[in-house]
Design a protein around this ligand. Structure first.
Ligand code: GH3
Ligand code: MG
Ligand code: MG
Ligand code: MG
Length: 297
């Protein structure tokens, strides 16, 4: 079921569109209507809609441009088409700037034009979604990549600094990984990376951000987590990894892999984002130097 969200304070718009939308060719399509700014924003942020049709002038002296900017700032990416009777000649440009995919004038569009616009918005939206995924994730493990990790770190640092919250950063690195490649081949090395990534993902909370930030290096941002809780989680993880050897194709003996990890906690370990990363990295280096398969804080 393809759901279209209409945000418009005027019930006539709903009357007209609830006749057009269900007749779109590539159905079934349904229209849901929000008649206020607040309800519309809330429904849009639910992420349940394929496309949003957005009016300009809304209730409460607010408008669709504001609503779209607010939704985008909150991370929403639903393809949105402006639909207005307003005659301001600069509005179309402003709507596209705010992130709209098309701009239709109420008295002028036909059902066919609307259907085409919705179809195109959906297609472009899907393509952008795929690009976003490719740009933020690592192809081998499916984890977030280094670029996305850096963006999330900056975001989390700012949030915690502003609200005086805490979070922990863990950097881990597979021990003697080069030996695995040298002994069993590069494909086996890849399988070990997937094995470790899967185990890490399975042991962490969904709110924890996990990224592959280098060849055999992973970073974990543990939200709202102080040092003691982070230590417990990572220790448990290292034990579990030791008990979960990786089975390799064409090789009878499963291979045990270990990790070294460095932990640093905001705010006590650093005054800057860069400093926090360096503190965790330094702890990782100590873990390597003092025998590997361990966590250092
Ligand atoms: P240490 O315990 O000190 O971390 O030793 P190490 O052997 O794990 O570290 P080193 O940095 O010497 O080697 C890392 C190796 O990881 C070298 C590189 O070829 C390999 N590597 C990096 N990316 C990939 C990848 O995507 N797949 C595979 N199979 N190997 C990779
Ligand atoms: Mg209106
Ligand atoms: Mg290594
Ligand atoms: Mg390394």
């Amino acid at each position: 079921m393809n759901k279209v969200l209409l945000i418009d304070d005027n019930s006539a718009a709903n009357d007209m569109l609830s006749r057009m939308v269900p007749r779109f060719a590539d159905g079934p399509w349904v229209l849901e209507w929000a008649d206020t700014y607040a309800t519309g924003l809330k429904m849009l942020l639910s992420g349940r809609y394929v496309v949003c049709l957005l009016d300009y002038r809304l209730d409460d002296g607010k408008d669709g441009l504001q609503l779209l900017r607010e939704a985008r700032a909150a991370g929403n990416t639903t393809p949105t088409i402006f639909l207005t009777a307003d005659t301001d000649p600069t509005l179309d440009e402003a709507a596209l700037q705010a992130g709209a995919m098309d701009f239709l004038v109420k008295a002028e569009f036909t059902p066919r034009m609307l259907a085409r616009s919705v179809r195109y918005a959906r297609k472009l939206g899907d393509t952008l979604e795929q690009l976003r995924l490719l740009a933020t994730h690592d192809a081998l493990t499916g984890l977030k990549n280094r670029r996305e990790f850096e963006r999330l770190m900056a975001e989390e640092w700012q949030r915690c600094a502003r609200f005086q919250r805490s979070f922990s950063l863990v950097i881990c690195d597979i021990d003697h990984f080069k030996r695995i490649n040298d002994t069993y081949g590069h494909a086996a090395g890849d399988a070990v990376l997937q094995h470790v990534a899967g185990l890490l993902r399975g042991q962490l909370r969904t709110v924890d951000q996990l990224a592959r930030i280098g060849g055999e290096e992973f970073a974990i941002i543990m939200l709202e987590t102080g040092r003691d809780d982070a230590v417990q989680t990572i220790q448990r993880l290292l034990v579990l990894l030791g008990e979960s050897p990786c089975t390799l194709a064409d090789h009878p003996e499963p291979v045990t892999v270990t990790l070294s990890a460095g932990l640093a906690t905001m705010p006590e370990d650093a005054d800057t984002q860069q400093g926090l990363f360096e503190a965790a990295d330094k702890a990782l280096y100590t873990a390597k130097r003092t025998g590997r398969n361990r966590l250092v804080t």
